[in-house]
Design a protein around this ligand. Structure first.
Ligand SMILES: Cc1cc2nc3c(=O)[nH]c(=O)nc-3n(C[C@H](O)[C@H](O)[C@H](O)COP(=O)(O)OP(=O)(O)OC[C@H]3O[C@@H](n4cnc5c(N)ncnc54)[C@H](O)[C@@H]3O)c2cc1C
Length: 522
């Protein structure tokens, strides 16, 4: 490639232009985008499979999703379908199965609402339950649609790149101004402009909480606009064969374009020279150099923030801006996850795939306050042996609940959480306990260990109410040639959000390497 002539000679034998630490979806989208632009990338993953929280693992004929299973970003049209686009850019595609209902809520006072793929059906159902708020409901979700339309009208690349911003502003000034307007706003403030009913406002809270783990007043409007509209536009689509297929296909694409991934490659240090990132050191002592280093590890793990453990950057070189960020955002709780293989007869074919249970609104943000349940075999029966279903259930839990326990105490606590979750799931799937064929329980300690995430956290949440998405950091860091990607970067958690972060990261690096070539819509 021509651009390589401009790059400095590298010491690594294979001349990698960039090293990506971690194969979460954010890391893989960065790597695949860079590979598609012509760069040679090395992805270093400490675990044995790709995908991080967006991976899948196999046990006894079952394919379980590690975390994510309600997938946005697989639409065919517009620009917000970043998973479809990321795969296409490396000549890959996931076969997907459309989910007719995003999820079914089971809320206090018997408020049971299913969010249909069809927008009008959902709005009408919600309006039937809250007839006095009919107009407010339309106005709130209509505003979300406006935000989404701005996002969906232009390629989503790095807002850190002035030349991209200039071009996109010139092409679509109204969309840009629309987005700029919503950047500092939270969904709860918009909801309160249109809606007065406190129960309905609680419903908007759980609508946000189920993906942002925050109530609406702390959830950025840009993210809400995206989620509350994409589920009806591109829809929720499940990748056939399990969510891990997305990562596997991105890896295939990365390799096809001449880049490489190594598993069991645990990066313990980012090597700095003259205060610039120049390479990485692995736990086996191996050192690899590259012009660009990208960390898909969380910002807490990359910089050793809020922790006595050292991060990947030597303490003396951690930029002050990172400490400042960690004063603004804190890690959300982790989860206790239950992966079950169960008898197929327990669940009717017309049952919805995703469910959320809240029994007491006061407990929403507390330990065990919300129960998430997914049955992905209702969409793809190939994930389980014949006649079986998978149930994946999880509930928020803090690492602090799980520390300083003896082995016996730890196992006993796991058993208590297991019984708690079985009891809650049984409310919507009776006779569960007697029909379990296989079970796996993961605690916040499991999430920390296998996903390499600080406190096993789901991702950053604001310490207090902030100005929408404005304080979320982008991909560049104050260390030259070091970039971050993933859910502790703009715009936050979720597979499509970290894909956005990956696109932006690769674009920002691409502009430095002078390898960007993107088209704006006519
Ligand atoms: C239980 C649960 C349910 C979820 N449900 C959904 C959902 O339904 N829909 C949705 O869109 N999102 C969901 N999410 C969120 C979504 O999965 C995450 O936001 C997203 O996958 C995070 O991606 P990431 O790129 O930040 O990287 P991560 O997934 O955190 O992956 C980072 C990778 O880097 C590796 N790594 C870390 N440090 C090192 C190192 N030093 N050396 C080498 N490798 C390293 C890790 O092993 C890991 O593979 C869920 C998450 C969880 C936990």
């Amino acid at each position: 490639m021509n651009f390589k002539k401009d790059l400095k000679m590298k010491d690594n034998k294979e001349n990698f232009d960039a090293i990506v630490i971690g194969s979460g979806i954010g890391g893989l989208v960065t790597a695949s985008q860079l590979a598609a632009k012509g760069a040679k990338v090395l992805v270093l993953e400490k675990y044995i499979i790709p995908g991080g929280s967006g991976g899948s693992f196999k046990r006894k004929g079952y394919t379980f999703d590690v975390g994510a299973s309600m997938i946005f970003g697989f639409g065919e049209k517009g620009y917000t379908n970043l998973l479809t686009r990321a795969l296409k850019d490396v000549n890959e595609k996931c076969e997907t199965i459309p989910d007719p209902v995003q999820l079914e809520y089971h809320l206090p006072k018997n408020l049971i609402i299913a969010v249909d793929r069809e927008y009008e059906k959902f709005i009408n159902k919600l309006s039937e339950r809250f007839p006095h708020e009919k107009e407010g409901i339309r106005k709130f979700y209509g505003t979300c649609k406006k935000v989404f339309n701005c996002l969906d009208s232009m390629p989503l690349l790095s807002i850190e790149d002035p030349s991209y911003l200039f071009k996109v502003f010139f092409k679509a000034p109204l969309s840009c101004l629309g987005l700029a307007r919503w950047l500092p706003i939270n969904a709860g403030d918009v909801a309160r402009k249109f809606i007065k009913d406190t129960e309905l406002l609680k419903f908007i809270d759980i609508e946000c909480f189920c993906w942002s783990v925050m109530p609406a007043l702390k959830t950025p409007m840009i993210n809400a606009g995206m989620v509350f509209t994409d589920r009806h536009a591109g829809g929720i689509n499940y990748p056939k064969g399990g969510v891990g297929k997305i990562a596997e296909k991105l890896v295939t694409g990365i390799e096809k374009f001449g880049s490489k991934i190594r598993y069991r490659a645990n990066v313990t240090e980012i090597i700095l020279k003259d205060e610039k990132a120049v390479g990485v050191k692995l736990s086996n002592g191996e050192e690899i150099q590259a012009e660009i280093i990208v960390s898909n590890s969380t910002r807490w793990d990359t910089f050793g923030l809020n922790s006595n453990d050292k991060g990947l950057i030597a303490r003396d070189y951690v930029p002050k801006s990172e400490y400042k960020w960690s004063e603004t955002y804190k890690p959300s709780p982790s989860f206790v996850s239950l992966h079950l293989g169960v008898s197929g007869e327990l669940i009717n074919e017309d049952f919805n795939c995703h469910h959320i249970i809240v029994e007491d609104w006061e407990e929403l943000e507390n330990e065990k306050g919300v129960i998430f349940i997914s049955i992905p075999t209702l969409l793809d029966s190939s994930l389980a042996p014949e006649g079986k279903h998978i149930i994946h259930a999880f509930t928020p839990s803090s690492i602090r609940e799980w520390e300083n326990l003896s082995r016996e105490e730890y196992l006993e606590k796991k058993e208590n959480y297991y019984s708690f979750l079985i009891e809650k799931i049984s409310k919507i799937i009776p006779n569960l306990d007697q029909n379990i064929d296989h079970k796996e329980i993961g605690t916040p300690r499991t999430h920390r260990k296998f996903l390499g995430r600080f406190e096993g956290s789901y991702g950053p949440i604001p310490k207090k109410k902030l100005l929408g998405l404005l304080p979320m950091p982008f991909n560049t860091t104050n260390i030259e040639n070091l970039y971050c990607v993933g859910d502790s970067c703009f715009p936050g958690q979720g597979l499509n959000a970290v894909a956005f972060s990956g696109y932006a990261c690769a674009h920002k690096i691409g502009s430095k390497l002078n390898i960007n070539n993107f088209k704006l819509p006519d």
